[in-house]
Design a protein around this ligand. Sequence first.
Ligand SMILES: Nc1ncnc2c1ncn2[C@@H]1O[C@H](COP(=O)(O)OP(=O)(O)OP(=O)(O)O)[C@@H](O)[C@H]1O
Length: 248
Amino acid sequence: MLTIDNLTNEIDGKAILKGLSLSIKAGEIHAIMGPNGAGKSTLAYTLGGRPHYEVTGGTATFEGADLFEMEPHERAAAGLFLGFQYPVEIPGVSNLQFLRESLNSQRKARGEEPLSGGEFIKLAKEKAALLGLDMEMLKRPVNVGFSGGEKKRAEMVQMGILDPRLAILDETDSGLDIDALKIVGAGINAIMRRPDKAVLLITHYQRLLDYVKPDFVHVLAAGRIVKSGGPELALELEREGYAEVVAA
Ligand SMILES: Nc1ncnc2c1ncn2[C@@H]1O[C@H](COP(=O)(O)OP(=O)(O)OP(=O)(O)O)[C@@H](O)[C@H]1O
């Protein structure tokens, strides 16, 4: 589904990713862990197409297409979803408006009919219930005044509504309380644990991986993947830290 080969990039002239390669097949869940400042969010933003994240070398192929030839909205319409580490607030735009416009613009790009108001509300209610988010929250402006955990749940409601092929989730577990972590973990599984979908989960903690079981765990350090393994690698890192892996 996604093949990244020898990716290098720069932000404002500073090299961050330094030859990163990663391959994700449909049906797989990959976790990326790694020290602060290693380039995890940079990878997520670069794949999403954030401005100023300049690709200086390497390739990324998403469902057979050159990802870096696509505009961010084209990547989204093709089924790429990015869950932000710090979800942005959009004053003046209600969540429901935002989500309906997002979904219908993606449907239009794919040549599908827009959902009617009634159909959309039914879908939004179903996904809000799945993530334990009160529908009243969706009437409020996007993320404005939301707590850290509410923002993360709202992002997952958005993911449920957009129904992507590949979700890149950047520290979706940060800010979630113990119960919310379980609910969000179950939500990610319900939405994305399918043979035709895949997830790239960026996280600092093993605990999310108790709920969303990864098929592969990678360590990203100094701009490249330095170690890959199965779920046991996350447990090992939690016990022993990064020093040995990064030095190897
Ligand atoms: N606009 C920028 N200008 C210069 N350096 C930047 C810029 N944005 C990010 N960086 C640097 O890129 C490096 C990688 O940052 P990134 O956010 O990708 O790390 P991370 O692995 O996600 O870290 P964390 O675990 O702390 O979230 C950091 O050293 C950061 O300071």
